[in-house]
Write a protein that binds this ligand. Structure first.
Ligand SMILES: N[C@@H](CCC(=O)N[C@@H](CS)C(=O)NCC(=O)O)C(=O)O
Length: 215
Protein backbone atom coordinates (compact mmCIF):
# COMPACT_ATOMS: atom_id res chain seq x y z
CA UNK A 1 0.00 0.00 0.00
CA UNK A 2 1.41 3.36 -0.93
CA UNK A 3 -0.47 6.46 0.03
CA UNK A 4 0.49 9.89 -1.24
CA UNK A 5 -0.93 13.24 -0.20
CA UNK A 6 -0.38 16.00 -2.74
CA UNK A 7 -0.73 19.32 -0.95
CA UNK A 8 0.42 22.85 -0.31
CA UNK A 9 0.62 22.72 3.49
CA UNK A 10 -0.01 26.40 4.24
CA UNK A 11 -3.59 26.01 3.01
CA UNK A 12 -6.28 25.08 5.56
CA UNK A 13 -7.72 22.53 3.11
CA UNK A 14 -4.32 20.83 3.01
CA UNK A 15 -3.98 21.18 6.78
CA UNK A 16 -7.31 19.38 7.17
CA UNK A 17 -6.00 16.32 5.34
CA UNK A 18 -2.46 16.34 6.73
CA UNK A 19 -3.54 16.84 10.34
CA UNK A 20 -6.15 14.11 10.02
CA UNK A 21 -3.65 11.67 8.51
CA UNK A 22 -1.23 12.53 11.31
CA UNK A 23 -3.95 12.12 13.93
CA UNK A 24 -4.89 8.63 12.82
CA UNK A 25 -1.22 7.76 12.44
CA UNK A 26 -1.35 6.48 8.91
CA UNK A 27 1.92 6.46 6.95
CA UNK A 28 1.89 8.61 3.82
CA UNK A 29 4.24 10.23 1.39
CA UNK A 30 3.90 14.00 1.20
CA UNK A 31 4.12 15.50 -2.29
CA UNK A 32 4.41 19.27 -2.46
CA UNK A 33 2.07 21.07 -4.87
CA UNK A 34 3.69 24.48 -4.85
CA UNK A 35 0.79 26.83 -5.55
CA UNK A 36 3.18 29.78 -5.62
CA UNK A 37 4.81 28.25 -8.69
CA UNK A 38 1.61 27.12 -10.42
CA UNK A 39 2.36 23.42 -9.85
CA UNK A 40 -1.38 22.74 -9.73
CA UNK A 41 -1.56 23.53 -13.45
CA UNK A 42 1.17 21.09 -14.53
CA UNK A 43 0.06 18.29 -16.90
CA UNK A 44 1.05 15.68 -14.29
CA UNK A 45 -1.04 17.24 -11.56
CA UNK A 46 -3.95 17.88 -13.93
CA UNK A 47 -4.20 14.15 -14.57
CA UNK A 48 -4.72 13.72 -10.80
CA UNK A 49 -7.30 16.49 -10.51
CA UNK A 50 -8.86 18.15 -13.53
CA UNK A 51 -9.90 21.02 -11.24
CA UNK A 52 -6.21 21.84 -10.82
CA UNK A 53 -6.67 22.18 -7.07
CA UNK A 54 -5.03 20.47 -4.13
CA UNK A 55 -5.26 18.48 -1.87
CA UNK A 56 -5.31 15.15 -3.68
CA UNK A 57 -4.89 11.66 -2.26
CA UNK A 58 -3.35 8.97 -4.42
CA UNK A 59 -3.25 5.33 -3.46
CA UNK A 60 -2.23 2.57 -5.84
CA UNK A 61 -3.94 4.19 -8.84
CA UNK A 62 -6.93 5.43 -6.85
CA UNK A 63 -7.14 9.18 -6.93
CA UNK A 64 -9.36 11.26 -4.66
CA UNK A 65 -9.82 15.02 -4.45
CA UNK A 66 -11.98 17.26 -2.22
CA UNK A 67 -10.56 17.48 1.27
CA UNK A 68 -13.75 16.30 2.98
CA UNK A 69 -13.98 13.21 0.78
CA UNK A 70 -10.32 12.51 1.49
CA UNK A 71 -10.61 12.64 5.27
CA UNK A 72 -13.78 10.54 5.26
CA UNK A 73 -11.90 7.96 3.20
CA UNK A 74 -8.90 8.08 5.55
CA UNK A 75 -11.21 7.61 8.53
CA UNK A 76 -12.42 4.30 7.07
CA UNK A 77 -8.88 2.97 7.41
CA UNK A 78 -9.01 3.16 11.21
CA UNK A 79 -12.64 2.33 12.07
CA UNK A 80 -11.62 1.47 15.62
CA UNK A 81 -10.94 5.16 16.30
CA UNK A 82 -14.64 5.97 15.82
CA UNK A 83 -13.92 9.18 13.95
CA UNK A 84 -16.54 8.29 11.34
CA UNK A 85 -19.37 6.73 13.35
CA UNK A 86 -20.96 3.49 12.20
CA UNK A 87 -24.43 4.37 13.42
CA UNK A 88 -26.32 5.79 10.43
CA UNK A 89 -27.76 8.84 12.16
CA UNK A 90 -24.48 9.68 13.84
CA UNK A 91 -22.71 9.37 10.50
CA UNK A 92 -25.34 11.54 8.82
CA UNK A 93 -24.73 14.19 11.47
CA UNK A 94 -20.99 14.10 10.67
CA UNK A 95 -21.76 14.40 6.94
CA UNK A 96 -24.16 17.26 7.59
CA UNK A 97 -21.40 19.34 9.20
CA UNK A 98 -18.95 18.47 6.46
CA UNK A 99 -21.44 19.57 3.80
CA UNK A 100 -22.06 22.73 5.83
CA UNK A 101 -18.34 23.32 5.93
CA UNK A 102 -18.10 22.99 2.17
CA UNK A 103 -21.17 25.08 1.40
CA UNK A 104 -20.94 27.89 3.98
CA UNK A 105 -18.02 27.88 6.37
CA UNK A 106 -15.09 27.25 4.05
CA UNK A 107 -16.11 29.96 1.59
CA UNK A 108 -16.67 32.67 4.19
CA UNK A 109 -13.34 31.91 5.88
CA UNK A 110 -11.58 31.69 2.51
CA UNK A 111 -12.71 35.18 1.48
CA UNK A 112 -11.14 36.69 4.59
CA UNK A 113 -8.00 34.57 4.22
CA UNK A 114 -7.59 35.63 0.61
CA UNK A 115 -8.22 39.34 1.17
CA UNK A 116 -6.38 39.76 4.44
CA UNK A 117 -3.53 37.29 4.14
CA UNK A 118 -2.92 35.67 0.74
CA UNK A 119 -2.97 38.94 -1.22
CA UNK A 120 -0.40 40.55 1.06
CA UNK A 121 1.80 37.48 1.39
CA UNK A 122 1.93 36.66 -2.32
CA UNK A 123 2.01 40.10 -3.91
CA UNK A 124 -1.70 40.36 -4.73
CA UNK A 125 -2.17 43.93 -3.53
CA UNK A 126 -4.34 45.45 -0.83
CA UNK A 127 -7.56 43.88 0.51
CA UNK A 128 -10.70 44.91 -1.36
CA UNK A 129 -12.97 46.49 1.31
CA UNK A 130 -16.13 45.26 -0.42
CA UNK A 131 -14.88 41.68 -0.45
CA UNK A 132 -13.80 41.95 3.19
CA UNK A 133 -17.26 43.27 4.10
CA UNK A 134 -18.90 40.39 2.25
CA UNK A 135 -16.54 37.91 3.93
CA UNK A 136 -17.30 39.34 7.38
CA UNK A 137 -21.06 39.16 6.82
CA UNK A 138 -20.86 35.54 5.71
CA UNK A 139 -18.38 34.66 8.45
CA UNK A 140 -20.59 36.08 11.19
CA UNK A 141 -23.68 34.39 9.82
CA UNK A 142 -21.96 30.99 9.85
CA UNK A 143 -20.05 31.58 13.09
CA UNK A 144 -23.28 32.35 14.98
CA UNK A 145 -24.66 28.99 13.93
CA UNK A 146 -21.50 27.14 14.87
CA UNK A 147 -21.18 28.91 18.21
CA UNK A 148 -24.78 28.24 19.17
CA UNK A 149 -24.55 24.61 18.11
CA UNK A 150 -21.41 24.03 20.19
CA UNK A 151 -23.12 25.07 23.43
CA UNK A 152 -23.35 21.99 25.64
CA UNK A 153 -21.31 19.91 23.23
CA UNK A 154 -17.67 19.04 23.68
CA UNK A 155 -17.21 18.49 19.97
CA UNK A 156 -19.25 19.25 16.87
CA UNK A 157 -21.17 15.98 16.93
CA UNK A 158 -21.34 15.45 20.68
CA UNK A 159 -18.91 14.06 23.23
CA UNK A 160 -16.53 12.46 20.77
CA UNK A 161 -14.07 13.88 18.32
CA UNK A 162 -15.04 13.06 14.72
CA UNK A 163 -13.85 13.74 11.23
CA UNK A 164 -16.27 16.72 11.18
CA UNK A 165 -14.17 18.53 13.80
CA UNK A 166 -11.14 18.35 11.52
CA UNK A 167 -13.25 19.50 8.59
CA UNK A 168 -14.70 22.59 10.25
CA UNK A 169 -11.77 23.33 12.57
CA UNK A 170 -9.09 23.46 9.88
CA UNK A 171 -10.09 26.91 8.61
CA UNK A 172 -9.38 28.33 12.06
CA UNK A 173 -5.63 27.84 11.68
CA UNK A 174 -5.89 31.12 9.76
CA UNK A 175 -7.86 32.92 12.47
CA UNK A 176 -5.02 35.18 13.53
CA UNK A 177 -3.45 35.77 10.12
CA UNK A 178 -6.82 36.71 8.61
CA UNK A 179 -8.18 38.40 11.76
CA UNK A 180 -11.33 36.32 12.01
CA UNK A 181 -13.69 38.19 14.35
CA UNK A 182 -13.88 35.40 16.93
CA UNK A 183 -14.22 37.55 20.03
CA UNK A 184 -18.04 37.14 20.37
CA UNK A 185 -17.87 33.39 19.80
CA UNK A 186 -16.68 31.89 23.08
CA UNK A 187 -17.93 28.41 22.26
CA UNK A 188 -15.96 28.33 19.01
CA UNK A 189 -12.85 29.49 20.85
CA UNK A 190 -13.31 26.86 23.57
CA UNK A 191 -13.86 24.07 21.01
CA UNK A 192 -11.00 25.21 18.78
CA UNK A 193 -8.61 25.26 21.75
CA UNK A 194 -9.32 21.56 22.28
CA UNK A 195 -8.48 20.82 18.64
CA UNK A 196 -5.36 22.96 18.73
CA UNK A 197 -4.21 20.95 21.76
CA UNK A 198 -4.22 17.68 19.82
CA UNK A 199 -0.63 16.48 19.28
CA UNK A 200 -1.31 15.91 15.57
CA UNK A 201 -2.66 19.45 15.21
CA UNK A 202 0.48 20.86 16.82
CA UNK A 203 2.77 18.65 14.79
CA UNK A 204 1.08 19.52 11.49
CA UNK A 205 1.19 23.25 12.22
CA UNK A 206 4.84 23.04 13.20
CA UNK A 207 5.73 21.14 10.02
CA UNK A 208 3.66 23.16 7.58
CA UNK A 209 6.00 26.07 6.98
CA UNK A 210 8.98 23.79 6.36
CA UNK A 211 6.98 21.46 4.13
CA UNK A 212 5.77 24.35 1.96
CA UNK A 213 9.33 24.89 0.82
CA UNK A 214 10.28 21.20 0.57
CA UNK A 215 11.96 20.18 -2.64
N1 LIG B 1 -13.27 22.18 -2.06
C1 LIG B 1 -11.87 21.89 -2.30
C2 LIG B 1 -11.12 23.19 -2.46
C3 LIG B 1 -9.71 22.97 -2.94
C4 LIG B 1 -9.07 24.32 -3.27
O1 LIG B 1 -9.74 25.29 -3.63
N2 LIG B 1 -7.72 24.36 -3.20
C5 LIG B 1 -7.05 25.60 -3.55
C6 LIG B 1 -6.09 26.05 -2.49
S1 LIG B 1 -6.76 26.22 -0.90
C7 LIG B 1 -6.20 25.38 -4.79
O2 LIG B 1 -5.60 24.35 -4.98
N3 LIG B 1 -6.15 26.40 -5.65
C8 LIG B 1 -5.35 26.39 -6.82
C9 LIG B 1 -5.86 27.32 -7.87
O3 LIG B 1 -6.97 27.85 -7.70
O4 LIG B 1 -5.16 27.53 -8.85
C10 LIG B 1 -11.31 21.03 -1.16
O5 LIG B 1 -11.78 21.18 -0.03
O6 LIG B 1 -10.42 20.19 -1.40
Amino acid sequence: MSLKIHAFPLSPRAFKVLSFANHIGIPYEFVLVDLTKGAQRSPEFTTLNLNQRMPVLEEDGFCLWESNAIIQYLATKKPELGLLPKDERARADVSRWMFWESAHWDSSCATLVFERFVKGAFGGGAPDPKEVEKGLTNFNRAAKVLDQHLKGRKFLCGDHLTVADFSVGAALIMAEKASFPLEPYGEIRRWYASLAALPAWQKTLANSAAMATAA
